[in-house]
Design a protein. Structure first.
Length: 344
């Protein structure tokens, strides 16, 4: 499936080259021994020797802190020290012990989309859709057919490929599903809908999400902030001749060449970004550079008094208010395709 892949970074691979004792020594500062108690060096305010090492029934060294109720193997220590996930900890160990060709920059680019620049590619393995997967999208009125049209897939496994090194990026967990947005040959964005942080991983910031699904020409177009919003707006595209696309991040202004292409295909062009500092700043850049019309879900939509839900974008509005009310909202700004009159 993958050409010239020398190594998949796994727990088993690491332990073939580095011992648990070496990992504990490097990151905890203690060498495992079966007798004696220790002060936990990761809790410098505690001077009580309330920790010990032991070997469990699987033959794995464990470090137990009775006061803090930690019961760690060597990989848990690395997760704790750096605030990493398990997969991130594997990459950290592999780099620090020179098990892969590269440097810490590999880790920096690889972890949970935390960086903005990268040179590697993403590889994925899909899995079958479940009713729970569809339910995540159904609340936004995004149907299985629309997911197929926009090339959205549930994932079993995802990797970063840099040179001949394959690094784990994700493995499926029921409580942490991941979906891939597919934009072309090995061009993906990974979306983690249930996470509160690190919700996206992507490599190529120049992609305009939804661009390949746009018609050759139409009346109305919106630059919006997320691919989910693009799919929600598409629910109304045929009725209002309204289409949209989204930059890969809320700080990106599309290139002059790409905007020129949009300008020549659509009569009316606007922006619909979040009504926050980032969204307002980005809107101003589009207005100043391209003279676009700007729209927001402003403070009248964002209040939480009297039970009104907090709405920050098109997807939220559709989820909370449904198809008919969203149509009435659109009609305030756009004329139906079959009607004469100005759009927007």
């Amino acid at each position: 499936m993958f050409n010239n892949v020398a190594t998949i970074i796994t727990k088993e691979y690491i332990l073939q080259h580095v011992s648990e004792e070496q990992i504990f020594q490097r990151y905890l500062g203690l060498e495992p021994v079966e007798r004696g108690t220790f002060v936990n060096p990761l809790r410098p305010g505690d001077h009580n020797p309330g920790c010990n090492f032991y070997i469990n029934e699987r033959g794995t060294w464990k470090f137990k802190d009775y006061a803090a109720k930690y019961n760690w193997d060597c990989f848990n220590v690395v997760e704790y020290v750096y605030g990493y996930t398990f997969k991130e900890a594997l990459i950290r160990i592999a780099i620090d012990f020179n098990l892969i060709n590269g440097s810490a920059s590999v880790l920096t680019r690889s972890i949970q989309g935390r960086t903005k620049k990268a040179t590697q590619e993403i590889r994925i393995k899909r899995r079958s859709w479940t009713k729970e997967d569809y339910a995540i999208w159904a609340k936004f009125y995004i149907t299985p057919e629309r997911l197929e049209f926009f090339k959205v897939y549930p994932l079993q496994h995802a990797w970063f490929l840099e040179g001949n090194i394959l690094l784990d990026a994700y493995y499926y967990k029921y409580q942490d599903p991941c979906f891939a947005y597919h934009f072309g040959d090995y061009e993906y964005k990974l979306y983690f809908p249930l996470r509160t942080q690190g919700k996206f991983i992507h490599i190529n910031s120049s992609i305009l999400q939804g661009y390949t699904q746009l018609p050759k020409e139409a009346d109305n177009f919106l630059f919006t902030k997320a691919f989910k919003d693009v799919m929600c707006i598409d629910v109304f595209s045929r009725e209002f001749d309204l289409y949209s696309a989204a930059p890969m991040a809320e700080t990106i202004v599309v290139s002059d060449e790409l905007f020129s292409d949009i300008y020549n295909r659509f009569d009316n062009i606007g922006t619909l970004f979040d009504f926050d500092r980032t969204g307002i700043t980005l809107t101003r850049k589009y207005v100043e550079k391209f003279k676009t019309t700007s729209y927001f879900f402003n403070t009248s939509f964002r209040g939480t008094l009297f039970g009104k839900p907090k709405i920050k974008d098109f997807a939220d509005y559709l989820m909370y208010n449904g198809i008919d009310k969203t149509k009435r909202l659109i009609e305030q700004f756009i004329t139906l395709k079959q009607h004469d009159g100005e759009a927007f």
